[in-house]
Write a protein that binds this ligand. Sequence first.
Ligand SMILES: [Mn+2]
Length: 354
Amino acid sequence: MKLGMGLYKHMLTDENFQFAKQTGCTHLIVHLAEYYSKDIVTATDAVNNYGNSKAFDEIWELDSMLELKARAAEYDLEIFGIENFSPADWYDVLLDGPKKYEQIEYLKKLIRNAGKAGIKSFGYNFSLAGVWGHQKKNIARGGAISACFNADELDIEAPIPNGEVWNMTYNSNGEGKSTEDIGYDELWKRLEWFLNEILPVAEEAGVDMALHPDDPPMPFLRKTPRLVYQPELYEKLIKLVPSDSNKIEFCMGSIQEMTEGNLYDAIEKYASMNKISYVHFRNVIGKVPDYKEVFLDEGDIDMLKALRLFKKHHFEGVLIPDHTPLMTCDAPWHAGMAYALGYMKAAMRIVQEE
Ligand SMILES: [Mn+2]
């Protein structure tokens, strides 16, 4: 088990690498897609999304990845993974649109670049509605600002406008394929096509393709189906296209929010199959359709019990805090992260010494 931190694109600074080192991290998961730059805890609804997505950003070039890797190495940090494609680079793969053939070739290039840069994991979220419908409220302990979801407080059937997918805008003229009238089977078929294309490249590059579960794990959102909204649906993913590179970005928060199954059983099952690439170590109170993201030590999950199961199955990947509540001070995000990472470091030591 390795301790890591996730950093969004605008946070890939020497100062934050130093901060990661100071909190005891040895690894990083980096985001190269552009989102959360104005507001880390972002409320989205039918009117507000995560903003415009930029295609073919040069940050995805091999030289940029190597430069990032070298800068992180100056602080003894290894970049374990990249999290998420930019919607502008793969919207027609998700939408089965006319550009999917050229877009998949570009995605293959990005996976090869990651492999050449020694980056072992690529987290992705195969979703039409994406991470959507969170509200920003003072709901964590002591009134800390955090994300929450309550299906009764928003229009979960609000359709996705054309030109948007994955909760971002890829074409501000409103042109693009509709997301309506797509069934579960059709979305799984699109995922299967994507995996058949990308997994041989990922295997050769030595990169895990790690699927994040649906966040929020609703079966249907904005009139679109969702793929992994119950823990057992990961088994469907694994069987869909068998490959050593077909893996899971195991988000404990999202899995705990699911209505069926049990988080601890899911760790036992998928860790024993060696299918977990890296972990979002996050805690929550409640399940869909009503939950809130909270501090690691105030949620429904017994985080030490979970860690013991990762240890039991010899999990060797990275654990990162995912999101944390923002703490009331001059550096709300950094304080929240430092709190989470200190907790994780101590908990990992306790479990590893048992
Ligand atoms: Mn997550």
